[in-house]
Design a protein around this ligand. Sequence first.
Ligand code: NAP
Length: 256
Amino acid sequence: MTKSILVTGITGRTGRLVFQQLRQRPEQFESFGLARSKAKAKDCFGNIDGCYFGDIADPASLTEAMAGRDAVIIVTSAVPRLKAPPQPGQRPEFDFPPGEMPEQIDYIGQKNQIDAAVQAGVKHIVLMGSMGGTQVDHPLNRLGNGQILIWKRQAEQYLIDSGIDYTLVRAGGLSDQPGGLRELVVGKHDALQILNDQGRPVAIPRADVATVLIQALQAPGSRNKAFDLMAKAGDDPTAVITTDFAALFAQTTPGL
Ligand code: NAP
């Protein structure tokens, strides 16, 4: 039987890959998406079939999209914007648009989606988050003075406390490289190595994160788990490309 899935944040860089990958599997999934801009959705997908439009800050705008879904994949996030091009030698400065601070989007917006899903009788929420949430003084928290990782972490706790089945996927630094070519590794409490042997940050392709979010809908061992997710570098000679997602989820554990 096909499962009815809603993906939110489908015009985002990861969300669009999740929606595209899901739509390639119509025998398993009936796919729906939520975006806030019709024009951007049309631009991303060429059409707006299966799309609902709403703002996660406005709970009433989520009801229709949630109705009748078996599971929801949440890929929304506050999006920092560059204040002005940096002067030579200066660091770039970021802020968030008015009304779109991380507290409003990454906490209240996620909470609104979780509440709407519970209300609609959804059975499972897969939430994409970010590594770094255990580090209060992480540089990302200073970005636009938004404390973004702290608010994301609070939303994760809210999801766990909601009683709905959850899968929390906290990715490391993201890249737009092709997916399916790396060994994926899971961990907890920000313990995964984020620098390679040369001291450079290792990134995980958004396409690989999208695959894990979708695998979490079906693979055994994915429910009521929270984990950090990284990839070994593409040229790591020890890497074995991940294809067995049940084995990956078997290494993950419940609770924040
Ligand atoms: P992204 O491109 O920033 O997309 C965010 C999405 O959220 C966009 O579709 C945006 O809509 C949507 N959104 C924001 N406010 C909304 C609102 N009020 N109502 C409805 N939708 C709203 O995301 P990404 O870069 O793929 O990242 C995905 C997740 O991974 C985020 O949680 C991010 O923090 C996390 N992460 C990022 C990194 C990294 O290296 N960048 C590392 C680890 C984890 P619009 O398209 O209309 O703006």
